[in-house]
Design a protein around this ligand. Structure first.
Ligand code: NAD
Length: 498
């Protein structure tokens, strides 16, 4: 069993702690690695390395930064399948899905390759007589990323390519459940020519996170994970004067109108609910059947759910892998039981699934629950498993009200052939990312990703223009080059343009 170490200042280290975490292969249920868990001293070592590297990196020319980013892009692009295998072995998702997350991360790296344009300031010639005004943006310092298990490559890539391109240095604290992808990435950065200390990885749990939040050398914190921890991160980082963006959990609704192509809608709902075993923050976990759409839609969804091929992520025949841990499996199964006990109809039951040859794997089959009401646990809880709950409502406005009454506001989708209904929906829902006949509306890298309400604490979404803004701060320069003869024009009244 190998030990997964921190990457600090350009080399691997096991740090100062003896604490270790177990990393499982969810398809077999066996522990395959142990991961070192950082102490506050280890976090301090990483931040100190990042602070030292910031001195030069923040002064590196745009041209130098861009060259390294392009090198890095090429290296990640050439290693997609290696990364996908690492992800699949620790997370459980199928290889094609793992490769897809790397691809979406690559798009952020490609966005960051355009940093010379993204950092262009503005210039106003002759703002006042003989006076020019211009602005530009500077890096903020050491930035930290704290990330969840469900996208071990993509979610960190929402953060560090942009932060580093902007001239910052970075300390990543990935999920302790699937930490290997981050170390693989650290080696690729080094190979790309990134100076030591610009990108660091510390592994760990709450101890490491709290040390990041308390460290005076950390200027900005980007977090992605569950809502209770996102709220905590936002409060703690704000209290210590850091910039913070903390993305939380989700309950994403897809509404289906009777005028939709129901076969298309059912296919996309099924894929969006069960892809990656439902462990996506943009997974559709609540279907909202409007008016007469319900029965026909449920028939189609049930048929499609029963045909999903569940198996180990490494098997190309598998469409859906296991969930991440035994505890996650137990929690998901108990929530399905709670739904049943509270009166919902379990039309497809994924509990107790065993996959031949992988009897100890953490598998839960696709589950379809109908006649769900908003007070049931399957509706109020973020299940984060392959469970699709269906609520039935009378009309579009009731569907919009339902979505707006939910505390989360990450993503949502509508299936319809009515432009009028789609427009009413896109304007009416209090949600950050909206799909129209698109079930998982993850924005392209050159837009920004983020939800509303309990799905995001902080002002800025990640990557895209808001990411650049988060990782930089503005300077505005007002400049005059006076002739000596103008020196006598100084005045005590507040400066106004002339
Ligand atoms: P999590 O909140 O348990 O963990 C996220 C990170 O926080 C990890 O690095 C973990 O080590 C750390 N952490 C956990 N408990 C902590 C504590 N008590 N104090 C300080 N740090 C702690 O989330 P997870 O289970 O890894 O990931 C799943 C969650 O992430 C889901 O809720 C999902 O919706 C959410 N998520 C949201 C988005 C988004 O864009 N909004 C994207 C991906 C995942």
């Amino acid at each position: 069993m190998s030990t997964i170490e921190h990457w600090i200042g350009g080399s691997f280290t096991s740090g100062s702690e003896n604490r270790r975490g177990a990393v499982f292969n969810p398809a077999t249920g066996e522990q395959q690695h142990e991961v070192v868990l950082a102490s506050a001293e280890d976090v301090d070592a990483a931040v100190t390395a990042a602070q030292a590297a910031f001195v030069e990196w923040s002064q590196a020319s745009l041209s130098k930064r861009t060259k390294i980013l392009f090198n890095f892009r090429e290296l990640v692009n050439s290693r997609v399948s290696d990364l996908a295998e690492i992800i699949s072995d620790e997370h459980g998702k199928v290889l094609s899905d793992a490769a897809g997350e790397v691809q979406r991360g690559l798009e952020v790296i490609e966005f960051a390759c355009g940093i010379p344009t993204l950092l262009q300031g503005s210039y106003s010639d002759q703002a006042s007589t003989g006076v020019d005004v211009f602005s530009f943006r500077e890096p903020v310092g050491v930035c930290a990323g704290i990330t969840p298990f469900n996208f071990p490559a993509m979610v960190p890539m929402w953060m560090y390519p942009v932060a580093i391109a902007c001239g910052n240095t970075f300390v990543l604290k990935p999920s302790e459940r699937d930490p290997s992808a981050s170390n693989f990435i650290a080696r690729l950065w080094a190979e790309a020519g990134l100076p030591d200390g610009v990108f660091n990885v510390v592994h760990g749990d709450k101890v490491a996170v709290d040390a990041i939040l308390q460290h005076p050398g950390v200027a900005a914190v980007s977090f992605v994970g569950s809502t209770p921890i996102a709220r905590y991160i936002h409060q703690q980082a704000s209290a210590t004067g850091k910039r913070v963006q903390a993305l939380g959990g989700a309950k994403n609704h897809a509404i289906v109108l009777p005028d939709a192509d129901l076969d298309y809608a059912a296919g996309h709902l099924t894929a969006a609910a069960f892809g990656s075993a439902g462990e996506r923050c943009m997974a559709i976990s609540a279907a909202v059947a409007v008016g007469g759409a319900g029965d026909a839609l449920m028939d189609l969804v049930v048929r499609k759910a029963l045909s999903v091929s569940v198996g180990p992520g490494r098997d190309p025949a598998s469409e859906m892998g296991p969930v991440v841990t035994a505890a996650a499996k137990e929690r998901i199964e108990s929530l399905i039981g709670a739904g049943e006990a509270q009166g919902a109809k379990v039309l497809v039951d994924g509990r107790g699934l065993t996959v031949p040859g992988h009897e100890n794997g953490f598998f839960v089959g696709p589950t379809v629950i109908d006649q769900v009401t908003p007070s049931m646990d399957v509706y109020t809880e973020e299940i984060f498993g392959p469970v699709l709950s269906t609520v039935r409502v009378d009309d579009v406005d009731s569907a919009i009200d339902l979505i707006n009454s939910n505390p989360y506001g990450n993503g949502t989708a509508i299936f319809t052939s009515s432009g009028e209904a789609a427009r009413r929906f896109q304007r009416g829902v209090k949600v950050g990312m909206i799909g129209i006949n698109v079930p998982i509306p993850v924005p392209m890298a050159y837009y920004s990703f983020g939800g509303w309400k309990d799905s995001l604490f902080g002002d800025k979404h990640v990557h895209g223009p808001e990411g650049v803004s988060f990782y930089t701060r503005a300077k505005v320069v007002t400049s005059r080059w006076p002739h000596i003869s103008h020196a006598s024009e100084a005045s005590f009244h507040f400066p106004t343009a002339s």
